[in-house]
Design a protein around this ligand. Structure first.
Ligand code: SF4
Length: 696
């Protein structure tokens, strides 16, 4: 139960926030606060101060306009502070993260009588590594040579940028965060300046005290609220939890845009390796090892493993070259080849298995090298290498080790066999560009992350809130529960949007002559758009296929030249900026967008008065993971269309319709050009899940 004082504290903080931010109290917001507070208040702590009961998880779908950020912060912050836990707010998109960091949290910090600190958590890759910047500048000055064949040399033309960075970081004008640098930094420029976990020498680094990443980490340790994204949380959990972020047992998580957690996790657990690129890497590694021995010698502790290295690399290369004709044969002319139930042909599986034996000592040797080089950097330890050697080789060996570990993990999983009754793993081959040529990669992904999330997150966390405007599909939480592994005992609540949809908007299902699957559909859509869309107004047209978007753009570009902005031709932020500018200047504009414009984009008021959805947004039919899930469901006598495809399309359709009404004063119309909504049996289910616009 929630302590009486905490309950009163939450109520009074809500009153303070409403008054200070000049908001109107909303019924849905109060319900959301009460449900979250109740769930968190039911947490019971065991002897180790960890949650020891089935409580503390609230799953709240909050319709647009509920004010969910304020609701979850007000409900969970006092509990987190009182129980000495971190509140970790995680989003799927940068846009929402920025809104929470730049708007919501500063406003609450300023006005609430509850003092708190907040910090942003990002992955290492977003921060400057001073050691690498130092090294890049030394390489450019010719003071330090590059480890040939392996490292890319920084380019002379970037010297000025690197020097400016060093100066600004030194003077405190820049905090080393890539996203806070004034201009766009290209990937190639940045790749010389950031260190992976394996490249970083941590406390042994001479720059440790002044390191941008570790400074950000220590700010995070002092913060009551940490803002992160789903990818970072998942990366932390896959490292065991508590490696990058606070441990799950010490954390109350809020997953905003929570409907993306499961698909982000699926991506996260996917492993792959390219056959050609691996062969190339093995050749490179052989030469790098030769160079290492020439530079650094063979200390006694490494002698045996280094002597064995060439034979192991040769064995690996030989197996990898036998894999190539096999996968070529399996692919034939296709771009992708999925294996039924994730079962690899035995010849391929056996060959991959043979690669595991020589790879293991390679990983072991690189790990040992990395460890010894790290020690040689430590002034308090007697290392096996001279300091200059250690400085030159520590990062390249770290990169090699990381790559070898990735390969080892991917091989293990791709070549594994599931036991009877276990969920299958999706496994497939795909063609991908490789330099001027192409490669074939082998990939594996779980078809469900429910078990991993249950084990590593829901069972371990102190508390959690999962929220979004769209968590239910076809009016049920079942899909979310299945995909994200959320426990049945969690609190599930739906809070309706405060908007008066029937008054604010209309919904029309336009029955074009052609079926969306027919060839005539594209031209029918173009003719309808020409008739029904006024380019002098603000319209968002959402396509499900890039090809159709491009063909329609080509059709309209001449007539609507001054009034058309298309995804794929300009960055998303630039499209939004120019669109708003045109509307502010009293002109009209039409945006042609794909899935990413159907979600997370905020065009309130006159910025959008007409949303056109070209097709029901069904997932791409040849996605290998979705196909593997469908195959498994069918084998169990289940209906993947009703359980998987339709619920996912329903969520996307609700999101797309949600672009129209962003505030109580908005108005407009949604037109859906897919007649399957009225002609198919499932159409009514989709329509019933949409906001209750007035139907025309
Ligand atoms: S501590 Fe690690 S990330 Fe920081 S400067 Fe040193 S090597 Fe780079």
């Amino acid at each position: 139960m929630l302590q009486k004082e905490t309950k009163e504290r939450i109520q009074s903080l809500y009153r303070e926030a409403i008054k200070a931010l000049e908001l109107r109290p909303r019924y849905g917001q109060r319900v959301m606060i009460a449900e979250i507070a109740k769930a968190l208040g039911s947490i019971h702590e065991g002897e180790k101060d960890e949650r020891d009961n089935d409580a503390g998880i609230a799953v709240v779908e909050a319709g647009t306009g509920t004010g969910k950020t304020l609701a979850y912060l007000i409900a969970s912050l006092p509990v987190a502070i009182e129980r000495e836990r971190k509140l970790l707010v995680s989003t799927a998109t940068v846009a929402l993260q920025e809104q929470i960091l730049d708007k919501d949290l500063p406003a609450l910090k300023k006005h609430l009588s509850l003092p708190f600190n907040f910090a942003l958590a990002k992955g290492r890759g977003r921060y400057l590594c001073l050691a690498k910047l130092d090294k890049a500048l030394q390489q450019l000055s010719g003071i330090l040579s590059t480890v040939d064949l392996f490292e890319q040399t920084p380019e002379e033309q970037d010297r000025e940028l690197y020097e400016k960075m060093l100066m600004k970081y030194g003077s405190g004008d820049w905090d080393g965060d890539r996203d806070r640098w004034d201009d766009e930094i290209e990937h190639k420029q940045w790749s010389h300046l950031t260190a992976t976990h394996r490249e970083c020498s941590n406390r042994r680094c001479p720059h440790f005290q002044n390191c941008a990443f570790y400074k950000a980490r220590s700010a995070m340790e002092d913060a009551d609220v940490i803002v992160a994204n789903h990818d970072l949380v998942l990366a932390d959990l896959s490292l065991g939890g508590g490696a990058i972020l606070p441990a799950p047992e010490k954390t109350i998580y809020v997953f905003d845009e929570g409907h993306h957690l499961a698909d982000k996790a699926l991506n996260h657990f996917r492993l792959e390796f390219g056959v050609r690129s691996t062969r190339q890497w093995l050749k490179q590694l052989e030469k790098v090892i030769e160079q290492f021995i020439a530079d650094a010698g063979m200390p006694v502790g490494l002698m045996h493993s280094l002597q064995e290295m060439p034979a192991n690399l040769q064995a690996l290369s030989q197996s990898a070259s036998l894999v190539w004709p096999l996968v070529m044969d399996l692919m034939q002319d296709r771009d992708r080849q999925r294996f039924e139930f994730g079962v690899l042909p035995e010849s391929l599986r056996e060959l991959l298995q043979t690669m595991k034996a020589p790879l293991q000592p390679v990983v072991h040797c690189l790990d040992k090298m990395s460890d010894m080089l790290q020690k040689s950097l430590d002034p308090n330890e007697t290392g096996d290498f001279q300091r200059e050697v250690a400085e030159a080789w520590q990062a390249p060996v770290g990169i090699m080790l990381a790559r070898a570990e990735e390969l080892s993990e991917a091989l293990s999983w791709i070549a594994a066999e599931e036991a009877e009754g276990e969920l299958p793993v999706a496994r497939w081959l795909s063609k991908r560009p490789y330099g001027d040529d192409w490669d074939i990669s082998l990939s594996a992904s779980p078809i469900s992350v429910a078990a991993q999330l249950r084990r590593n997150l829901w069972n371990r966390c102190y508390g959690a809130v999962v929220t979004s405007a769209t968590l239910t599909a076809l009016n049920s939480f079942n899909s979310l529960k299945w995909e994200a592994g959320l426990p049945d005992w969690a609190v599930y609540e739906r809070v309706a949007s405060p908007f008066n949809y029937p008054e604010l908007g209309q919904l029309e299902v336009v029955q074009l002559a052609s079926d969306p699957k027919s060839e005539a559909f594209e031209s029918d859509v173009q003719n309808w758009l020409k008739e029904a869309v006024n380019p002098d107004e603000a319209t968002l047209v959402l396509f499900s296929s890039r090809a159709q978007l491009e063909a329609t753009r080509d059709y309209f570009i001449r007539d609507w030249y001054e009034h058309l902005l298309c995804q794929g031709y300009l960055p998303k932020s630039e499209i939004v900026r120019r669109h708003k500018e045109r509307i502010d200047n009293g002109k009209g504009n039409v945006i042609f967008g794909l899935a990413s414009f159907a979600e997370g984009i905020d065009l309130p008021g006159e910025y959008v008065t007409h949303v056109v959805i070209v097709k029901i947004p069904f997932a791409v039919p040849d996605d290998p993971i979705q196909s593997a899930i469908s195959e498994w469901m069918e084998s169990r006598g289940r209906n993947p269309f009703m359980e998987l495809t339709l619920p996912a399309a329903s969520i996307r359709l609700i999101q797309a319709c949600g672009r129209l009404i962003r505030k109580e004063s908005d108005h407009g119309k949604v037109s859906i050009l897919d007649k399957r909504l009225v002609s198919s049996r499932y159409g009514q289910l989709l329509l019933d899940s949409l906001p209750p616009f007035r139907r025309v």
